[in-house]
Every structure is written in C-alpha cells, then in structure tokens.
Unconditional design. Structure first.
Length: 75
C-alpha cells in the first residue's frame, strides 16, 4: 500500500500527512502503519467500493471528509 508508505515518509520529514482508503484496506493500512513504527496513525476510511462512482459522486463523497482531513493534518 504505497499511500501508507508515502504518509510515513512525509511524517518522518515533519510534514503532516494522512491517507484515504476504503474499508477493505483498513486492516492492511493498520498493519503497515504498525510495522513502520506508527501504530495508531490516523487515516480516513471511505466506504467500499468507490471504483463504480462517477467523478461527481466521488467528489460529493470525499467532500464529506474534508473536516476530518483538516483535523488530522492540523492536530
């Protein structure tokens, strides 16, 4: 899961980061964060699947998570 790796690398450099993932990737992300020494790192969990959404539907879905993303990046 490259996005977890990227998030960890940003955080190591002092750059706040988070990752968006769908429910089916939650366990993989949790294990990867733990294995990289960042157990409990926050992430944003979207419902699964999203691949069938139109661009407008995806935009509407992700806009629901903006406040959560801002909280995670500014905590």
């Amino acid at each position: 899961m490259c996005s977890v790796h990227d998030t960890v690398e940003f955080e190591k450099r002092g750059i706040p980061a988070t990752v968006f993932l769908t429910q089916v990737f939650k366990n993989a992300a949790v294990h990867q964060f733990r294995s990289k020494g960042m157990d409990g790192h926050p992430y944003i969990e979207l419902p699964h699947p999203v691949s069938n959404l139109t661009p407008d539907e995806m935009r509407a879905l992700t806009l629901k998570y903006v406040d959560q993303m801002v909280r995670q990046l500014t905590a």
